[in-house]
Design a protein around this ligand. Structure first.
Ligand code: PMP
Length: 351
């Protein structure tokens, strides 16, 4: 019998949202589609497909450096932000090490921890966002190497203020790397000075993605921002060609597409309000969200509601795999899609 590593037997694999056509509100994608300038740049880059890509996506990093007012060596581009999480785990975690992860949150933090035979210390959310004091304590007590924060949190959409973050960073041991996952940051209207944080904290990494705001989920492009010492071991072990040249070119196009960025943010802000009003009308509990989705408690097994919605052509994410059996996460769509969701939900709940 061929045997895998023991750690694999203990892991649960990632559960992706269903693929499908129609009103697709289950994977927090951009309902306006990809940024047009990204598509044009990608098209142009295709002609160069016969060449190996630049291993570190230098041109994209230089563009990011301009946006963040930081040197280009502070950026690591990845095949989605997922690749950055995995590389961090591979570079820093030994068997038996600890990480601190929030629950309920994005499942990949646990997956990369367990992949390495490390163990997550799970800290429950507080009011839909990170319980920062409890997470700092957990880091101290467990000697965690990595600690994951998700802001806005998936699936609740919750955020914490800068003052709470600063108090937290003062408490966290210098030996713990704090990963601040900002996959949905651009949809958050609050004042949070992400760009100023990395120079202040040598143990902080911020991650962003092109999958959400910029509508490039299929191209797999994300990045991390940190002081370069953190990136050195990751650069040494990464797959040298994980960022394809078409994706890197698209990323540069996307950053320049201000019209698409603005339209996407506006659409989400309006759609969130529309969904809140619906929930209030139907008497359903929901979380106020700083992201492009809303978590709704449907008061009964969400897998059934999601299946009934699917029969009516609407895909949403039932949150059982997140440990929330009565909740669905609904991505904000175009107005007609949000309305289709509402019609279908009303029919199912018969209200
Ligand atoms: N972080 C969070 C919180 C997410 O929800 C997702 C995607 N679902 C990711 C990271 C991964 O994004 P990417 O497509 O860049 O790998």
């Amino acid at each position: 019998m061929i045997k895998t590593r023991a750690a694999l037997a203990r892991m649960k694999p990632y559960v992706p949202g269903k693929m499908g056509e129609g009103v697709k509100l289950n994977q927090n994608e951009n309902p306006l589609g990809a940024a047009p300038k990204a598509l044009a740049a990608a098209q142009e880059a295709l002609a160069g497909a016969f060449r190996y890509p630049d291993p570190t996506a230098t041109a994209l990093r230089e563009r990011l450096a301009g946006l963040w007012t930081l040197p280009a060596d502070h950026f690591l581009v990845g095949n989605g932000s997922d690749e950055i999480f995995r590389l961090l785990a591979e570079a820093f975690l030994e068997e038996g090490d600890r990480t601190v992860i929030p629950a309920t949150s994005f499942s990949y933090y646990r997956i990369v921890t367990e992949l390495m035979g490390a163990e997550p210390v799970v800290v429950d959310l507080q009011a839909g966002t990170m319980d920062l004091p409890a997470m700092a304590t957990a880091a101290k007590e467990s000697g965690a190497k990595l600690l994951f924060l998700c802001r806005p949190n998936n699936p609740t959409g919750g955020i914490f203020p800068i003052e709470a973050f600063e108090r937290f960073m003062a408490e966290v041991p210098a030996e713990t790397i704090v990963v601040l996952d900002e996959a949905y940051r651009e949809f958050d209207p609050s004042d949070f000075p992400s760009e100023q944080l990395v120079p202040r904290y040598p143990n902080l990494i911020i991650t962003r993605t092109f999958s959400k705001l910029h509508g490039l989920a299929a191209l797999r492009l994300g990045y991390g921002v940190a002081q370069p010492a953190i990136w050195a071991p990751l650069l040494a072990i990464r797959d040298p060609f994980s960022i394809n040249a078409v994706a890197a070119a698209a990323g540069i196009g996307a950053l320049a597409d201000e019209a698409h960025i603005e339209a996407s943010i506006e659409l989400v802000e309006e759609g969130r309000t529309f969904l809140y009003e619906l929930c209030a009308e139907l008497g359903l509990t929901f979380e106020r969200s700083a992201a492009n989705f809303v978590l709704i408690d449907v008061g009964r097994p969400a897998t059934e509601i999601a299946a009934a919605l699917e029969e009516r052509g609407v895909l949403v994410r039932p949150c059982a795999s997140f440990g929330l059996p009565n909740a669905i996460r609904v991505t904000v769509g175009r107005p007609a899609e949000n309305e289709a969701f509402v019609r279908a939900l009303r029919a199912i709940l018969a209200v």
